[in-house]
Design a protein around this ligand. Structure first.
Ligand code: AVI
Length: 330
C-alpha cells in the first residue's frame, strides 16, 4: 500500500543522506579534494541537468535522440529477438525519460508486449516520469524503482520469467571510472541469462573542442550544475559554502578521453560543515574534483563487452558519429 511505499522512500532518503555525509567526510580531507558526481541529482540538480540536455552546446542528448528515433524499429527487433517476445525494459538512471519516450511511443504503437521499469536516484525526477508516462501511455505497465544503479543491480534477480532488456542511456557509463565500468558490466553479466540484453549509450571520442564546449556551455548551466553540489551540502549537512567564492573548471584530455569537472576555490577560505562538526580549509585556487565524463573508442567498448562476457550484437551511431548506442547480448 501507500504507507509501505512512503516508508521505503524514507529509508532510501535516509540512506542517501548517510552516503552523502560519508562522501563529504572522506572526500574533503583527501588531497586533492573530491566529491562524487552521483550527488549532483537532488531536485534542483535534476532540473539543471534537464536544462543542460536542452543546451545547444551539449550535443550528447541530440545525438542519442537522433539514434533512437532513426533505429527504433531495428531496436525493437533486437529487443524481441525478431519474434514478438515479451520483455521488461529496465532503465537505469531514467531521469526525465525524454529519449526513452521515443522508444516507448513506438513500442506501444507496434503493440509490443513489454513493461517499463525505470530506476532513478532522484525521487523527484522519477515521480515526474511516472506521472508523465501514465498520462501518455495509460495502458503501459510500469514498475518504477527509486534507487541508485549499483543497489538496483544487486536487486536484479539472477532469474526472471520475462526476458530483460537493460537500458543505460545518456553516457551515464562515462561517469564511472574504468574499473567501475568493468565492475558494472560484470555485475550485469552475472545476473543476466543468455539472450538478455543491455543497450548502452556511449559518448565517443571526437574533436576535443566539441567536448570542451559541451562542458563549458555558453549559458553557464554546467557551472550552476556543478556548484549546486555545494548548495546541496549546505542544505542537507548544514554547511556554509559561499557559492560565489567557488568557480567551475572543466578540462578535457584527448589522450585518455576524460573530461573532468572541478570546483575551484576563488580565495583562501574556511568552510564549516555543521552536521559533521568539520572545518574544511581551502587555499586560493584549490580544487575539488567532482566528475569524470569519459569518452570512448569503439575498440574500448568492444573490449569492455568481451571482458565481461557479452557479445556486441548492435552498433548504432548518429549522422555525425558523435555518439553510439550499443547492444550487448549475454
Ligand atoms: C549524466 N552524465 C552523463 C552527464 C555527463 O555528460 O557526464 C552529466 C553532466 N555533467 C556535466 N554536464 C552533464
Amino acid at each position: 500500500g501507500l504507507t509501505t511505499w512512503n516508508d521505503e522512500q524514507e529509508d532510501v532518503a535516509t540512506e542517501l543522506l548517510a552516503t552523502l555525509a560519508e562522501e563529504v567526510k572522506t572526500g574533503l580531507v583527501k588531497t586533492p579534494k573530491r566529491l562524487s558526481s552521483r550527488f549532483f541529482y537532488d531536485a534542483q540538480g535534476s532540473r539543471l541537468f534537464q536544462e543542460i540536455m536542452r543546451s545547444p552546446d551539449y550535443y550528447l542528448t541530440r545525438s542519442e535522440y537522433e539514434i533512437l528515433d532513426t533505429y527504433k524499429s531495428e531496436l525493437l527487433r533486437h529487443f524481441t529477438e525478431n519474434d514478438s517476445q515479451a520483455f521488461d525494459l529496465v532503465e537505469l538512471g531514467a531521469g526525465d525519460g525524454l529519449k526513452t519516450k521515443i522508444l516507448l511511443r513506438y513500442f506501444v504503437e507496434q503493440q509490443a508486449r513489454f513493461a517499463y521499469a525505470p530506476v532513478d536516484i532522484s525521487a523527484d525526477a522519477l515521480d515526474e516520469l511516472v506521472g508523465d508516462v501514465n498520462r501518455q501511455f495509460p495502458d503501459l505497465s510500469l514498475k518504477p524503482q527509486h534507487d541508485d544503479y549499483f543497489h538496483s543491480l544487486q536487486q536484479l534477480a539472477s532469474e526472471s520469467d520475462t526476458r530483460r532488456v537493460i537500458l543505460f542511456l545518456g553516457s551515464n557509463i562515462g561517469n564511472f571510472t574504468p574499473d567501475e565500468a568493468v565492475d558494472f558490466y560484470q555485475q550485469l553479466s552475472d545476473r543476466l541469462q543468455p539472450g538478455e540484453l543491455v543497450l548502452t549509450g556511449f559518448d565517443l571520442q571526437k574533436h576535443p573542442a566539441v567536448i570542451h564546449t559541451a562542458y563549458n556551455d555558453r549559458d553557464g548551466l554546467t557551472k550552476a550544475f556543478n556548484l549546486n553540489l555545494l548548495r546541496r551540502i549546505n542544505r542537507e549537512l548544514g554547511a556554509d559554502f559561499d557559492l560565489a567564492a567557488f568557480d567551475h573548471y572543466e578540462s578535457y584530455n584527448p589522450e585518455n578521453g576524460e573530461a573532468r569537472s572541478y570546483l575551484v576555490s576563488q580565495k583562501s577560505q574556511t568552510v564549516q560543515i555543521g552536521a559533521l562538526a568539520m572545518t574544511v580549509p581551502f587555499q586560493a585556487g584549490e580544487i575539488i574534483h567532482t566528475e569524470i565524463s569519459r569518452k570512448f573508442t569503439r575498440t574500448q567498448i568492444e573490449q569492455l563487452a568481451e571482458k565481461t562476457g557479452f557479445v556486441v550484437t548492435g552498433w548504432f551511431t548518429d549522422s555525425k558519429g558523435y555518439f553510439a548506442d550499443v547492444v550487448f547480448r549475454k
